[in-house]
Design a protein around this ligand. Structure first.
Ligand SMILES: C[S@@+](CC[C@H](N)C(=O)[O-])C[C@H]1O[C@@H](n2cnc3c(N)ncnc32)[C@H](O)[C@@H]1O
Length: 404
């Protein structure tokens, strides 16, 4: 029977409904089950320090910063939580481990697994664990296991897991995650591949993990035993830098000198719309060009015309004393052309190689399937790896291949 009080829509309910509509519009929520989970969880109870309207807007809430002021714990932006839950494909009755806690995402997972499932959420930081231990029961999720530990080692006491959802930026897949995953299970992890951060849904198939979907996702970096920073090579004071990852090489002295030389400029003829994402171009360049790095710059260096890097970094390639990076120029109100700027000795030839790869992406991969990333345990001999580029981490041998 419906009563009058059932019809009353509170401000929180309408904020929540608007958020769900927005996330559907962004294609972050794709299924009714994830939409229902977002409607069911009182998100504001997990960030009581923030205004309610902010908690139901599509932005992260920083809950802890380090001594330099950098965010080390957040309630993630709803868009990222939603598409990672979709990537995880969590079904009723499943056992799920969340690495990197806060509470709210564990509550969404608890909704998705239902009463027959089991959720374990863990964090390395006692402050975060304490919050999750308080907020989850307050919001009605008293059965979620909350554990203080380093995610590098998983949580063996509640294993095995059908799903492991990692909500902190990783560089590798440590052995514990493989060991604690059920046969046919899935790991969703924001992983750094040659300086690019991507949330990858990996399905366990026999002895290896196979990517099922790849989305761009930035996260706070992993602390503890699995922490693995990139090399940062400065080219102009501390305002212009190359982020160098996965065994790539860049000589700071040579490249800082190169930046002082006049730039070469080549244009590709390949265009992109104003809001059109091109994450797969970055991924294609990263996994097809030796010497790939990410060029980052402080806005003062961009304003001064020293480089033209995007706020989150621009694809760049280093070859000895030269580097070249991808830029855009506006052609019309909704059209931009990809080009390449290069500096240093041999920059013209290097820039031409990058332009050629942009054209290969355009003709062979744009709008096509994502690359397939396979993870093999370290120690897998080369002749048993899948084809494609091999990227060796500490515990895992990744291969990346693009279909033609
Ligand atoms: C983005 S927050 C997690 C967001 C959360 N899942 C939510 O509900 O929105 C990332 C968390 O990862 C945690 N973290 C960092 N390194 C970790 C590690 N090695 N093991 C477990 N947690 C870690 C941080 O303390 C931080 O709280």
């Amino acid at each position: 029977m419906t009563t009058d009080s059932d019809k009353i829509v509170t401000p929180v309910q309408s904020l929540c409904a608007a958020l769900v509509d927005q996330l559907r519009g962004l294609n972050a929520i794709r299924t009714g089950r994830v939409a229902d989970a977002f409607r069911a969880v009182p998100r504001h109870l997990f960030a009581p320090e923030a205004p309610v309207a902010e908690v139901y807007s599509n932005q992260p809430i920083v809950t802890k910063r380090d001594e330099r002021g950098l965010a080390i714990s957040t309630v993630s932006a709803p868009r990222i939580q939603a598409f990672m839950l979709e990537q995880a494909d969590i079904q009723p009755g499943m056992r799920v481990l969340e690495i990197g806690s806060g509470g709210v995402n564990a509550a969404y997972i608890a909704e998705l697994v239902g009463e027959g499932g089991e959720v374990t959420t863990m964090d390395i930081d006692p402050f975060v664990v304490d919050r999750a231990m308080r907020f989850l029961p307050e919001a009605g999720y008293e059965h979620v296991n909350v554990v203080l530990a380093d995610g590098e080692f998983g949580v063996p006491e509640h294993a095995p897991y059908d799903r492991i959802v990692v909500t902190v930026g990783a560089w590798d897949i440590p052995p514990a995650w493989w060991e604690q995953l059920s046969p046919g299970g899935r790991i969703v992890v924001p992983i750094r591949v040659r300086s690019l951060n991507r949330s990858v849904a990996f399905q366990l198939e026999g002895e290896h993990l196979v990517s099922r979907s790849i989305e761009r996702a930035g996260f706070v970096a992993m602390q503890g035993a699995g922490a693995f920073g990139e090399e940062v090579v400065y080219l102009h004071g501390d305002t212009v830098a190359l982020r160098v990852d996965d065994g790539q090489q860049a000589d700071g002295v040579l490249l800082a000198a190169a930046l002082k030389q006049p730039r070469v400029e080549l244009w590709s003829g390949v265009t992109v719309g104003d809001q059109e994402p091109f994450d797969d171009l970055d991924m294609f360049l990263a996994t097809s060009m030796p010497g790939f790095c990410l060029l980052t710059a402080h806005e003062s260096a961009v304003a001064a015309g020293i480089v033209q890097a995007r706020p989150w970094g621009s694809s760049a390639v280093v070859d000895g004393g030269a580097f070249a990076y991808v830029v855009l120029r506006q052609l019309g109100p909704d059209s931009h052309e990809f080009g390449v700027y290069g500096h240093g000795s041999g920059a013209e030839a290097l820039a031409a190689r990058v332009v050629e790869q942009i054209n290969t992406w355009q003709s062979s991969h744009r709008g096509g399937p994502a690359p397939v990333i396979l993870a093999h345990p370290m120690g897998t001999p080369a002749d048993q790896l899948a084809g494609g580029l091999v990227i060796d981490k500490k515990h895992t041998r990744f291969t990346v291949s693009w279909s033609r």
